[in-house]
Ligand binder design. Structure first.
Ligand code: 13P
Ligand code: SF4
Length: 305
């Protein structure tokens, strides 16, 4: 038995001892899928965190996801094995700047992408994920929407709504640096492949794509579409996941690696289950207020995840 196999066995045993669930995002290292109780996108992971009756939720993802789990299950122990698992996009939105923009547009509703810190969510009207952003925005009575922090997802939403979207100038460095010219060259090499892209990519790249969706929609599309070959434009881990989920099709990566997503490893998960590193805690008021914004989103997406 190699080291990974031994660690997986140990983690599965620790999980039973602690009555823990392990929630794993689609971008994680492939070995993390082996220890998962649930694998999915940000929306599916939030739903799983809200539903579980385990005592401990261990998150193999990034910090804003673990915070969301804590908001939804405040009496449970929520663990993030590596505190370095941040998110460059979540770091681009802060409470001070959001308060200033809210004052400037008092009639606008604030829609925060889940890739935000809990204190930003706490002063937002509603959250959204890549899976439901258009649906969330269109559900609101307000004509103006302050959308943060991702300018690319915000622009994509603007193309699917009559509302006025006030964009925040944030971006995910993993998706935003993927380049349209290189994708065009890639498409020329594989002319029969369909392009599936995440809406955090730049607009010129989305225009070259056949299907735009969050990580949760990619396998569904690949399964139902008649094509055999797909170019997957997002974080590189998604291709590993698609190859597992849809083995009968071919997936070509046009991707960058998210170092935050890859910073969680099997040894860190095992340590976390033994020593409780790193337990996520949040002030009660932040939990209460952020919960309203997350619950509103979950209510709208009830049947989606
Ligand atoms: P999904 O909600 O589509 O899984 O996206 C999360 C994320 O961090 C994308 O970069
Ligand atoms: Fe954040 Fe981008 Fe990494 Fe997703 S891929 S977790 S948005 S830095």
């Amino acid at each position: 038995m190699n080291d990974n196999e031994k660690l997986i066995e140990l983690i599965l045993e620790l999980k039973k001892q602690r009555n823990a669930v392990i929630l794993v995002h689609n971008y994680q290292r492939p070995e993390m899928f082996r220890i998962a109780d649930y694998i999915g996108d940000s929306l599916g992971l939030s739903v799983a965190a809200a539903k579980t009756d385990a005592d401990v939720i261990l998150f193999c993802g990034v910090k804003f996801m673990a915070e969301t789990a804590k908001v939804l299950s405040p009496h449970k122990t929520v663990l993030l094995p590596n505190l370095d698992a941040g998110c460059s996009l979540a770091d681009m939105a802060d409470v001070k700047k959001l308060k200033e923009i809210k004052e400037k547009y008092p009639d606008a509703a604030v829609v925060s992408y889940v890739n935000t810190t809990a204190d930003v969510k706490a002063i937002s009207d509603i959250c959204c994920t890549s899976a439901n952003a258009v649906e969330v925005v269109n559900s609101l009575p307000n004509k103006k929407i302050i959308f943060l922090p991702d300018r690319n997802l915000g622009r994509y939403v603007q193309q699917h709504t009559d509302k006025e979207i006030i964009l925040w100038d944030g971006y995910c460095f993993v998706h935003d640096k993927l380049d349209a010219q290189t994708l065009m060259d890639f498409k020329q090499r594989y002319p029969d492949a369909k392009v599936i892209a995440h809406p955090e990519c730049k607009d010129e790249l989305l225009k070259l794509s056949d299907y735009i969706c969050g990580t949760g929609g990619m396998a569904k599309f690949a399964k139902s579409d008649g094509s055999k070959n797909f170019i997957v434009v997002t974080e590189c881990g998604m291709t590993d996941k698609l190859r597992q989920d849809v083995p009968e099709k071919n997936f070509l990566s046009f991707c960058n690696i998210c170092p935050y997503m890859k910073s969680t490893t099997l040894p860190l998960v095992a340590r976390s289950l033994v020593t409780n590193t790193n337990e996520i805690t949040l002030p009660e008021k932040i939990i209460r207020d952020a919960r309203k914004a997350i619950d509103r989103m979950l209510e709208i997406s009830k049947n989606a995840a």
